[in-house]
Design a binder for this molecule. Structure first.
Ligand SMILES: *[C@@H]1O[C@H](CO)[C@@H](O)[C@H](O)[C@H]1NC(C)=O
Length: 363
């Protein structure tokens, strides 16, 4: 391979009318030459400017619509109540209360409910931190601000994530408060349950409408108008993989027993199964049938709205399941095997603090 054979010659010529032409020839194939031409005219600048503008608009605008479209989610516009915009409506002499945000949607719902439950109890101003994912689902009426709004706060750290921590009984009602933890117990907020259902966990309109449409078309297709709707939430996924920590997924007979209970009690029923493990549910639970439907094309937000629109609920484990049950206004059946006692999670739970006394446990 002689070097001379691979001699490349590149010619760049710039002519007066802004044409740049690059021609590249090799002497081996003198007949073969590639010529690239770039036209740096006004059209090119206009195109670049348009592209920049489009990127800027995308950057500045609310991405949620693009995101929703890509993820097949119901597009929503968040309902944001910024402290900066509303602080003049607040009595600044009242102590303020905030709570840290840990975990995911279900955990955030517990934290939000505890924040408002304790704010009511101690006559404080609740402020929610950050831009939580529950804002993609609910029209929350609590002002949003950051940690700096607390004036020399006392921090209360919980002992157990899924229990009532008696430390909150000793909160100083004259000081700003910061709560650190998960605070997962109905005892923190059951006294404001009516408000939580009617004023706080109010679905954003597009999600509510999508859920109503979903259920109406389901009932019409099955000729089941007038049936009692029972949601079943099947939580598996990480709960199956983390058994040693005490996360337990409800076993098959639990579902059949709970469904049997509702069939006997209400007769004309329609079960809607929502799950994060469709493959397991469809393989192991009752088949799609005259009174059994699997929600398939939905995401966590729409599923929650569908479950909330049901009359009664069969929950399994985890805080998302818990909240679907709490927001349903009828009967709730829960799985007594969650969490497994004498495990990490089991030790962080007091069952009587975690499950409301008006729910019914089944094995
Ligand atoms: C749970 O608590 C029991 C009793 O206090 C203790 O013996 C056990 O080691 C704890 N288990 C875990 C995994 O922390």
């Amino acid at each position: 391979m002689g070097g001379s054979n691979h001699l490349n010659r590149v010619q760049i010529s710039i002519s007066s009318n802004d044409d740049v032409s690059i021609s590249r020839t090799t002497n081996r194939s003198s007949g073969f030459s590639s010529i690239m031409k770039f036209k740096r005219g006004p059209r090119c600048y206009a195109l670049a400017a348009a592209a920049c503008l489009a990127l800027l608009v995308l950057y500045l605008s609310d991405f949620s619509y693009v995101y929703a479209l890509l993820n097949k989610k119901v597009p929503v516009k968040r309902h944001i109540l910024r402290w900066e915009d509303h602080h003049h409506e607040v009595d600044h002499s009242r102590p303020r209360i905030m709570i840290g945000t840990r975990g995911r949607m279900g955990n955030h719902m517990f934290q939000y409910a505890t924040l408002n439950g304790l704010a009511r109890r101690y006559n404080m101003t609740p402020i929610m931190l950050g831009s939580l994912d529950i804002l993609d689902v609910f029209k929350l009426p609590t002002l949003q601000g950051d940690f700096s709004l607390l004036r020399d706060p006392i921090t209360y750290t919980e002992q157990k994530a899924s229990a009532y921590n008696p430390g909150v009984d000793k909160i100083d009602p004259n000081r700003d408060v910061y709560l650190d933890g998960y605070y997962q117990s109905w005892k923190y907020h059951d006294h404001i349950r009516a408000d939580l259902l009617d004023k706080h966990f109010v679905l954003l309109d597009p999600i509510k409408e999508a859920a109503d449409r979903y259920i109406a078309s389901l009932l019409a297709n099955r000729k089941k108008q007038g049936a009692t709707l029972i949601a079943i939430h099947v939580r598996r996924g990480d709960f199956v993989r983390q058994r040693v920590k005490g996360y337990t997924a409800a076993p098959i007979p639990y579902y059949y027993r709970a469904m049997d209970y509702f069939r006997k009690k209400y007769g004309n029923v329609m079960f809607i199964i929502c799950t994060n493990d469709l493959v397991w549910a469809e393989t192991n639970l009752e088949d799609e049938g005259p009174d059994v439907h699997y929600s398939r094309e939905t995401d966590g937000a729409l599923d929650l709205a569908i479950m909330m629109a049901c009359n009664h609920m069969i929950i399994t484990s985890g805080s998302y399941s818990w909240w679907a049950g709490y927001l349903v206004r009828g009967e709730v059946i829960y799985y007594m095997g969650y969490p497994q006692p004498n495990t990490k999670i089991g030790n962080l739970t007091n069952r009587e603090d975690y499950y409301p006394p008006y729910w019914e446990g089944k094995w």
